[in-house]
Ligand binder design. Structure first.
Ligand SMILES: Nc1nc2c(c(=O)[nH]1)N[C@H]1C(S)=C(S)[C@@H](COP(=O)(O)OP(=O)(O)OC[C@H]3O[C@@H](n4cnc5c(=O)[nH]c(N)nc54)[C@H](O)[C@@H]3O)O[C@H]1N2
Ligand SMILES: Nc1nc2c(c(=O)[nH]1)N[C@H]1C(S)=C(S)[C@@H](COP(=O)(O)OP(=O)(O)OC[C@H]3O[C@@H](n4cnc5c(=O)[nH]c(N)nc54)[C@H](O)[C@@H]3O)O[C@H]1N2
Ligand SMILES: [Mo]
Length: 921
């Protein structure tokens, strides 16, 4: 601790604290502009707005970078300091547009001017010819350099916080201004529109376009602010929603445990789907004169097949249809798909409804298409399916593997931490068949053959065994089955596997050494690992790799499957899975079922594991399942071999769909129930880091739409269940009774603290970021090695289908596009269905970049615009699945992994042909 005098008082400072920070802690806000009081921002001391006087020093000191020393006497309120600071403000204001004409009349700059009583400037204004031009080339943000004070915060935001490296300073001295790439207009640059610069800018020189109407705006022109959690991905960024009337006007990132103030383009600019005119506002019932169910009827206007109904009629019809099927064909004839886009409480109620009312476990959700195989491997070998460490732990790692995940596009805020890690000198090892965006930051980029994960990972582990780099002490203390694993790996020498996976043996060895000899290493993985018929084997390898190096349970170590949906961790935890009740307690265990029957005050239900997503749709084809309740899922777009899935939906006697839009799936419904969107309801969600966070209702749902939990309760009551919930907190409290993971995490605590990580060991413990340092929740506390053998993809290319199709995501779009294609900014940035091929492949096909191609697999064909992308291998095509007009899942292979029951979304044999060109004579 350092002791010094600040404004006549004796104060203390930590080694790393600046005078500015100490002053703030002591209740004095020293004016500041280039200094941003937010995590991740380095102070720069360039603007001189925060000068203070230090006794014995000739010149004033910038308090934002100056650290106090023992015995120092600092005066922040001396006349000299105050005069100097006001002078700085006046000089800056001279070059600004007048306040009435300001791009942001409530900017931080004006707040600081007000705080010092500076209203106008005595100095001459900037010569007209030197006022920089405005740049409105970007749909989401405006660049108003006439308001720029050269504080450099946008550069730090872009380069140091988000590590996007787009903004730099161009020009010199007084005419130095931010530039994008090589002086491009912002809209033409490589900017990914995370908006960090907009959030950082203190003057309105960078602003959300919507706030800068007619080049004049006011960022404080809102009525209310509500804090909630972003509804898109599993990172779980905390947001501050600014609301005017009944609309969200704009969004800022706040200091949540995962995001530390950061957001991506979807979180910052993609919120407006909730205000889209397509929102469902009244219950709908299929018209008796509607044509047979099918997407081919009139995709442009599915509304015509439905009529409006009141809630009473729609709920009665929905419930009676399901009850009738139960009465005539038994409970097994009704199945449910719940949602990972809704809250924990909603997921819990959904699985409870199916189990309690229909007596079986045929309830599942999109986790089946996602990390089901990772979950299978983690349950088997670690005894728990959640991450062993938060992604933020990468801060303490010195090596990290990112395999089969593209976080720059799919977990963009997590990716900022990964990029910072690499920038600090951490060794980043990226393994992906596609040259994805993290490649630029990677120490090793292993661009291997798709589907060859087991060969590659076994070769790396074989090296670790052969070169004796494993952690014998850790293995002895905390694992089992090592000898079998070790023996198994002997067949996988890198020299033998090199050809198999397409990576030179020496590279595999180097990667093995880097990972094994590191002090602390982490492994992150995604859909490239899980979505294969050998997805469980892929994950087994990753688990084994971490275990043999002892990279679990310590700071900077861990296994982290990056969870996808905003609440897929929570929905799975809440029991929205056919094999598990809440907290992964198996349905086959009589004692477990008895415990839930007791909590629910009801009888027993089936001891048989239920059917999974794709199995349920197969059972519809077979005629054993005849009715479904689908809440917040869009299987008519997201399932593999979607033609087969759509036929199943069309075949159902009774389909109830609850969504916020009339989706492709809702198009097959008999009854459509209009739900409140995420920002319109309260509840809890659990992110990829095991952080349980509170979401608050910010605006009213449109029309008659209701929160999902309320609709499910209404349905349950009409189905004869005595459910009395009147608030999500009651559901949460019941849920916590059956879930040890929620011990010490009460609803009230979440309301107060915003977030708690599970497990939380006491009512005041913020939760354990790292788990399993002292053993695993399985046999004798030991984790297990499960050897994996090489299994080829289900459908290998042949002469008829010679290329490999892989599917996935893009930054701006969310899965089936229902939300993001209805967001103004997101749709404007990525408006058209597209696939990516290597330029050489396009040349071979005779197709120009931007031209159309036809993709044909054994399931069907689509026509789609082709982009040239060197990141894609020459024998591959990458297709995102967000576009109904060219739906990737018409093509995908439904073959399943035997353990996780996950389909092989990442590999299908495909033929690519030019489209739009007539065949030669
Ligand atoms: N913008 C956006 N973000 C999202 C989503 C979204 O729809 N849009 N969805 C969310 C959800 S639910 C999820 S699950 C996550 C998914 O996030 P990711 O796991 O990042 O998803 P993908 O883009 O499907 O695939 C990841 C990577 O796998 C690679 N890959 C393909 N084949 C193989 C292979 O055989 N082996 C290996 N090792 N890699 C391979 C691909 O090249 C790709 O870079 O994203 C979440 N975030
Ligand atoms: N080809 C291919 N297919 C894939 C994948 C792939 O990589 N390739 N990935 C798979 C993966 S990982 C996943 S997770 C799945 C995702 O598959 P889905 O979960 O089916 O996809 P989403 O588009 O996220 O569907 C969510 C639905 O919820 C609705 N919704 C949003 N908010 C709310 C709300 O508050 N209440 C209600 N009631 N509804 C709401 C949306 O409008 C949308 O219809 O796709 C899988 N399919
Ligand atoms: Mo997912």
């Amino acid at each position: 601790m350092i002791r010094f005098t600040l404004d006549g008082r004796e104060v203390q400072a930590r080694e790393d604290e600046t005078i500015w920070e100490v002053a703030k802690r002591e209740g004095t806000l020293i004016p500041h502009l280039c200094h941003k009081d937010a995590p991740g921002y380095r102070s720069d001391g360039n603007c001189r707005a925060c000068m203070v006087e230090i006794e014995g020093e000739r010149v004033l000191a910038p308090s934002c970078i100056r650290k106090p020393a023992d015995g120092m006497v600092v005066n922040s309120q001396s006349t000299r300091a105050e005069t100097s600071r006001r002078l700085v403000m006046e000089l800056l204001l001279a070059d600004q547009p007048e306040r009435e004409m300001a791009h942001d009349r409530s900017s931080h700059l004006w707040d600081m001017a007000d705080a010092q009583g500076v209203v106008t400037s005595r100095f001459p204004t900037l010569e007209v010819e030197r006022i920089p031009l405005l740049d409105d080339s970007h749909v989401a943000m405006r660049v108003n350099l006439d308001a720029c004070i050269q504080c450099n915060l946008c550069v730090r935001a872009c380069r140091e916080v988000q590590v996007n490296d787009v903004i730099g300073m161009g020009g010199r001295g007084h005419d130095a201004f931010p530039v994008f790439d090589f002086d491009d207009p912002m809209g033409d640059s490589t900017c990914v529109a995370c908006g960090e610069c907009v959030q950082a800018c203190p003057t309105g020189a960078l602003m959300p376009a919507i706030l800068d109407a007619e080049e004049r705006g006011d960022s404080r022109d809102f009525d209310r602010e509500v804090q909630s959690v972003c509804p898109f991905c599993g990172v779980g960024c905390q947001v501050s929603l600014k609301i005017k009337g009944d609309r969200v006007t704009h969004v800022d990132g706040i200091n949540g445990p995962a995001n530390e103030g950061r957001l991506c383009v979807k979180g910052r600019f993609g919120f407006d789907y909730i205000h889209h005119p397509h929102r469902l506002t009244v219950p709908l019932i299929r018209r008796s004169d509607a044509p047979p169910k099918g997407l081919d009827v009139d995709p442009a206007n599915p509304w015509t097949h439905f009529r409006e109904a009141n809630w009473q009629e729609a709920l009665d019809l929905a419930a009676n249809g399901l009850a009738r099927l139960d009465a005539t064909h038994g409970g097994q004839s009704v199945a449910g798909f719940g949602s990972a886009k809704c809250t924990n409480e909603e997921a819990y109620l959904f699985q409870k409804l199916i189990r309690q009312r229909f007596g079986h476990n045929n309830v599942d959700h999109c986790t089946r298409l996602c990390h089901a195989s990772s979950v299978a491997a983690l349950m088997e070998n670690v005894g728990s399916a959640a991450v062993t460490a938060t992604f933020n732990e990468i801060e303490n790692a010195d090596v990290a593997i990112v395999i089969g995940a593209n976080p720059v596009e799919n977990h963009p805020v997590a990716a900022t931490f990964f990029k910072q890690f690499a920038k600090r000198g951490g060794k980043l090892i990226v393994m992906d068949p596609r040259g994805q965006a993290l490649k630029r930051h990677a120490t090793h980029m292993l661009q291997f053959r798709p589907g060859a994960d087991v060969a590659m990972l076994n070769a790396i582990m074989a090296t670790i065994v052969e070169e004796g780099l494993y952690d014998q002490q850790y293995i002895d203390a905390w694992t089992e089955n090592w000898e079998a694993e070790k023996a198994h790996l002997a067949q996988f020498a890198p020299e033998k596997m090199a050809e198999h996976c397409g990576i030179p043996a020496e590279t595999l060895r180097q990667v093995a050494r880097d990972f094994a000899t590191a002090r602390a290493g982490m492994i992150f993985w995604g859909m490239g690992v899980s979505q294969h018929i050998h997805g469980t084997d892929n994950s087994r390898c990753l688990i084994s790799l971490a275990l043999m190096c002892g990279h679990v349970g310590r700071p900077g170590t861990g296994l982290h499957p990056l969870r996808g949906q905003n609440n897929v961790q929570g929905a799975s935890d809440a029991g929205l899975i056919p094999m598990f009740l809440p907290d992964y307690q198996t349905v086959t265990d009589d004692a477990v079922r008895a415990r839930f029957s007791e909590i629910w005050g009801s009888g027993d239900f089936s001891a048989q594991r239920g059917l999974t997503v794709t199995e349920i749709l197969d059972a519809v084809h077979e005629g054993t399942i005849r009715g479904m309740y689908i809440l917040g899922e869009n299987p008519a777009m997201s399932d593999p071999d979607v033609t087969h899935a759509r036929e199943a939906l069309a075949k159902l006697d009774h389909l109830v769909v609850q969504d916020i839009f009339l989706t492709e799936t809702a198009n097959y419904a008999d009854v459509i129930l209009p739900a409140a969107a995420f920002y319109e309801k309260a509840g809890t969600v659990t992110n990829t880091n095991r952080q349980v966070q509170i979401a608050r209702a910010a605006v009213r749902p449109p029309g008659q739409a209701l929160p999902d939990w309320q609709i499910t309760v209404e349905l349950a009551r009409r189905l004869g269940l005595d459910w009395q919930y009147t608030d999500p907190s009651e559901v949460y409290t019941e849920m916590a009774r059956g879930m040890r993971s929620l011990d010490n995490i009460t609803w009230d605590r979440l309301v107060n603290d915003g977030a708690v990580t599970y497990p939380s060991l006491s009512p005041s413990d913020p939760g354990q970021a790292i788990v399993f340092g002292d053993g695993f929740p399985r046999a004798e506390g030991r984790a297990r090695f499960t050897p994996a053998a090489i299994i080829p993809p289900d459908e290998v290319p042949d002469s008829e289908f010679p290329m490999v199709m892989t599917t996935g995501r893009q930054l701006e779009h969310w899965h089936t596009g229902s939300m993001t294609r209805r967001s103004r900014v997101l749709d404007a940035v990525e408006p058209e269905a597209n696939c990516s091929l290597h330029p050489a492949t396009l040349r071979r096909l005779g197709v120009e970049a931007g031209g159309m191609v036809r993709l044909i697999t054994r399931r069907g064909e689509i026509t789609i615009m082709a982009r040239a992308d060197r990141a894609v291998a020459e024998d591959m095509v990458f297709v995102p699945f967000a576009y109904v007009e060219a739906a990737a899942n018409v093509l995908t292979n439904p073959a399943l992994d035997p353990y996780g029951k996950i389909p092989e979304f990442k590999f299908a044999a495909v033929r690519v042909e030019p489209a739009g060109v007539m065949a030669a004579e």
